[in-house]
Design a binder for this molecule. Structure first.
Ligand code: SF4
Length: 389
């Protein structure tokens, strides 16, 4: 229901949809694929006795294959695609004056829903790029299906996500069906996946690491950071720098926007221009940042920020309501460190350097913000009424 879809703390338990996923896996005519969100890999271990923050990507791929998925994809790949679109949107606004600043990130469906109901004056500021979950779904049923000669009508996309708001996102608007098929068919939380792994009798701790499937499986360090507060912004800045200067960023890490402080700010100079950044997580902090922008607007001042990242949950998706229970700030920090370590260990740390991302643009999407990218990878927002009892 509406409440459980928007409960950021997970105090209201999700409707169990594991039966739907089992039915897809049993259906012989289906080609059932799966994606795992960035933050799931550093949290699911807590269900199997690991330290919080342990990165279990390889074991997760292995477990998903054992469950019977026909292909295993990684939402970190589509997070890289989201960055390609969003960083280009930012540059269009910042450099070419197209549309309003600040640009505000929109990959968190709790936040977009809240904004559409309570802050709809910010609709023009929203990034129109779909979230990584939706982009993975639509690319699987178009690009991947064409490449592999699979009928998308028989394809079922299951997402493993950190929250219940992602269950609502898949039917948010008609754009979530832009290819003619539903981008994503069912969403399971981290806890629901752990339940399926136990139901199947899989000995998770003894699984051998596996790899994800090609074309929609490889990811950069930027993609994996999507799961934590500050991570989307760092990822976007790496690629925005490349677009604005043609050079790779000498500095990949932005300490000022890491950590659990509710509102984080920094200024970055790219191509001699100062970009003012804010990162807010937890909806109370978001309200404060928006107020600052509104006040500047009302007095005709320059906007205090050019680019704002928002995530509804404290800590971002690593602290999502569908993650293992009993989260504390100490656990959030460990999960966050797990993602930053994954980034640090990657040879490729920028979305635009991901070879599979370059391939999907060369073979299918043409370029960021192309007509096709707009049709499949972007969405719109609308003011929505708030119903009161
Ligand atoms: Fe879901 Fe992440 Fe948003 Fe929390 S921050 S509601 S986990 S998308």
């Amino acid at each position: 229901g509406q409440c459980s879809a928007h409960c950021p703390t997970g105090a209201i338990v999700e409707a169990d949809e594991t039966a739907t996923a089992w039915n897809f896996l049993r259906g012989k005519e289906n080609f059932t694929v799966v994606q795992i969100a960035p933050s799931v890999r550093v949290a699911i271990g807590e269900e199997f006795g690991y330290e919080p923050g342990t990165n279990l990507t390889g074991k997760l791929y292995a477990a998903l294959r054992r469950l019977g998925f026909d292909a295993v994809f990684d939402t970190n790949f589509s997070a890289d695609v989201t960055i390609m679109e969003e960083a280009n949107e930012f540059v269009e606004r910042f450099k070419h004056g197209k549309r309003e600043l600040p640009l505000i990130t929109s990959c968190c469906p709790s936040w977009t829903d809240y904004m559409e109901k309570l802050h709809s004056d910010f609709i023009p500021n929203f990034s129109s790029t779909k979230s990584p979950q939706q982009i993975m779904g639509v690319l699987a049923k178009t690009y991947y299906a064409q490449k592999m000669n699979i009928d998308p009508a028989g394809m079922r996309m299951v997402s493993i996500m950190p929250c219940t708001a992602k269950k609502y996102e898949i039917t948010r608007d008609h754009e979530m069906f832009a290819s003619g098929f539903k981008d994503v068919d069912v969403v399971l939380t981290t806890r629901e996946l752990a339940r399926m792994i136990r139901q199947a009798g899989i000995d998770f701790r003894h699984l051998q690491d596996h790899k994800a499937d090609s074309f929609l499986g490889s990811y950069s360090g930027a993609g994996t950071m999507f799961g934590t507060t500050g991570g989307v912004m760092e990822a976007a800045l790496r690629t925005a720098q490349f677009i604005l200067t043609g050079e790779k960023m000498p500095k990949l890490v932005f300490e000022e926007i890491r950590g659990l402080e509710g509102i984080k700010e920094t200024k970055v100079v790219i191509a001699q221009e100062e970009i003012r950044i804010a990162v807010a997580h937890g909806l109370g902090h978001v309200g404060e940042v928006l107020e600052r922008v509104r006040r500047a607007k009302a007095t005709g001042e320059e906007p205090p920020y050019h680019f704002i990242e928002v995530m509804a949950c404290p800590g971002g998706c690593i602290g999502g309501g569908g993650q293992p229970y009993r989260v504390t700030d100490a656990i959030r920090k460990k999960r966050m460190q797990g993602l930053f370590a994954d980034d640090r260990d990657k040879a490729v740390r920028c979305s635009h350097d991901n070879a599979e991302v370059q391939q999907v643009y060369n073979e299918f999407l043409e370029k960021p913000l192309s007509e096709k990218a707009h049709r499949l990878l972007h969405t719109t927002y609308h003011a929505r009424p708030v119903y009161k009892k």
